[in-house]
Ligand binder design. Structure first.
Ligand code: COA
Ligand code: MG
Length: 281
């Protein structure tokens, strides 16, 4: 069964208290961060702390993703040595991936599936090649870095980021990869977060990366199929099955046509709801 990625929470590897708390938080996945959220002075201590925590802590159904420092940095080798084959790591997330070659460069040192941050102009332009890399499992939008590189301004409708977001969703879906939207910085603005989650969900993202536990509930709700959606999906499948039994290829439910492609969507929606119920965090 597919793992849900509605809520993907960043936790700085240097924050012991936050790492401890993670076991109780309703996150589908956790990104243990060694990169942007950890200061240069804390990099080595954070790495050692995280390696210990991942060895000794049961995170339940939460996927454990470690974001290492970029390949050009002085910490990359140590990060890969510490987490590339660590049994407590479900995936290694590489920052600022520009091409498939960046994934090749770590391939041999990492046993777990690879995830890629899409947060550069080059990365977005090469999204298709990155998504098709055989080791890649998931993609994460780095919208703060992308906006910085583009010289784009923050807007509630995210219009300046749409070309990049859209290119990455297309690439992920073309290859059947997981894709998670970028963070919403104003972690006390619930209405703003909800609107951005809904926008990402409507575009096809699997979920949203989050920076604070207060954001979990909204992301979990918005990215899960609602009861009404599940109920409609069941009725569509039943109506289509009846239509097929009559030798017809199209059914009508609530005044809308249902063809076999809609049935596939309905089945995927029910599978997603079941996967969410199975993790029940
Ligand atoms: N994961 C898990 N727990 C977290 C957390 C996180 N990302 N952020 C905060 N918490 C915990 C705190 O430890 C605190 O727990 P406690 O009350 O039991 O001690 C509780 O949630 C409330 O925290 P709060 O005081 O509201 O926030 P803060 O001022 O301590 O931290 C941030 C605010 C933004 C600095 C912090 O949330 C953070 O570092 N987020 C992650 C940033 C990040 O990873 N960025 C990289 C990707 S963009
Ligand atoms: Mg970044």
């Amino acid at each position: 069964m597919v793992h849900p990625y509605r809520s993907v929470l960043y936790i700085p590897a240097s924050r012991e208290r936050a790492l401890e708390k993670a076991r109780e938080l309703a996150a589908d996945a956790i990104i243990f961060d060694l990169e942007d959220a950890v200061s240069p002075e804390e990099k080595v201590r954070g790495r050692e702390l995280l390696a210990r925590v991942l060895s000794s802590t049961d995170f339940g159904a939460r996927a454990r993703i470690v974001r290492v420092n970029g390949l050009g940095t002085e910490w990359a080798e140590g990060d890969l040595a510490a987490f590339g084959t660590h049994p407590g790591v479900d995936a290694v997330l590489l920052p600022k991936v520009n091409s498939g070659a960046d994934l090749d460069a770590v391939g041999a040192r990492v046993k777990a599936p690879l995830w890629a941050m899409l947060e550069t102009a080059k990365g977005c332009l090469n999204a298709s090649a990155i998504a098709s890399h055989p080791r890649l499992e998931g993609m994460v939008m780095g919208t703060n870095d992308l906006a910085k590189e583009l010289g784009a301004r923050f807007r509630a409708d995210r219009l300046p980021l749409m070309a990049g977001l859209g290119a990455c969703v297309l690439a992920a879906r073309a290859e059947g990869r997981v894709i998670v939207d970028g963070v919403f910085n104003a972690f006390k603005d619930e209405a703003g977060l909800r609107a951005e989650c809904e926008q990402g969900r409507d575009m096809g993202f699997d979920g949203k990366t989050l920076i604070h536990p207060a954001q979990l509930e909204i992301a979990n709700e918005v990215f899960a199929p609602s009861e009404a959606e599940v109920e409609l999906a069941r009725r569509q499948i039943a109506a289509f099955t009846e239509a097929r039994a009559r030798g017809e290829g199209v059914a009508v439910v609530d005044g809308r046509i249902v063809e076999n492609l809609h049935v596939a969507t309905a089945e995927a929606l029910i599978a997603k709801a079941e996967a969410i119920a199975a993790v029940a965090v």
